[in-house]
Design a protein around this ligand. Structure first.
Ligand SMILES: C[S@@+](CC[C@H](N)C(=O)[O-])C[C@H]1O[C@@H](n2cnc3c(N)ncnc32)[C@H](O)[C@@H]1O
Length: 205
């Protein structure tokens, strides 16, 4: 995602506003905890967190300036059930405890089209193994994209680790949409896969 450089955004500034900027375990604050990885500017996760104040939401975003956009929304909407992590999903297991997550949202993850980069896809095998560890029994994954090749490949990546409950090649508009979804809907269809984790499906890492 291209993003204008915002000069004054530093890790220190984010940390003073309560953003997690160093690797540390996040304590679940409520019975149900939901995680979005690669949250972008944060419209989806802030909207859903605002409407579900008795659940704990976690947004993870690797780009510092984009993370600041999530923080702006959290502050503007006075949301206090959202933890923002400025960090890389490569380190997921150092932030999130095993068996603690009820649902994972992956929205418009970077497609990494070149074959040699497929390992970086957030739906690739090593990430799925990490998700399997942090998810509770029967937790769900919801993956949404406009990129057909990534979608088709992700169905294959996901199948060994999740019981796929729905595959939709023309998703209707919904109450919770990301900045990318709103933009991409003008161009073509949106694809969505949902599934339930199978904790014992494959050997974990
Ligand atoms: C194409 S954008 C989509 C953003 C948002 N989900 C949306 O739909 O509007 C992908 C986002 O994922 C973030 N991202 C990519 N790899 C990541 C990783 N390993 N850990 C955390 N965030 C990541 C990028 O910085 C970028 O903001």
């Amino acid at each position: 995602m291209r993003q204008k450089h915002i000069k004054y955004v530093t890790e220190e500034l984010l940390a003073t506003e309560g953003v997690i900027t160093t690797i540390q375990m996040i304590e679940p604050k409520t019975e149900h905890v939901y995680l979005e990885i690669g949250s972008g500017k944060g419209k989806f996760i802030t909207d859903i967190a605002k409407d579900h104040p008795s659940d704990h939401y976690i947004a993870m975003e690797v780009n510092i300036n984009i993370t600041y956009r999530i923080l702006e929304k959290r502050n503007a909407l006075h949301i206090n059930n959202l933890t923002i992590i400025h960090g890389d999903a490569e380190n997921l297991l150092s932030y999130i405890k095993p068996d603690s997550i009820d649902g994972i949202y992956l929205n418009f993850s970077d497609p990494w089209p070149k074959k040699k980069h497929h390992k970086r896809r957030l739906t690739s095998e090593l990430f799925l193994k990490r998700y399997q560890i942090i998810m509770k029994k029967d937790a769900f994954i919801q993956f949404r994209t406009d990129h057909l090749e990534l979608f088709d490949a992700s169905i294959e990546y996901i199948e060994p680790y999740f019981h796929i409950t729905d595959i939709n090649f023309n998703l209707e508009e919904s109450a919770y949409m990301t900045e990318y979804e709103i933009k991409k809907r003008a161009i073509g269809p949106i694809y969505q896969l949902t599934g339930k984790v199978e904790k014992d499906a494959q050997e974990s890492i």
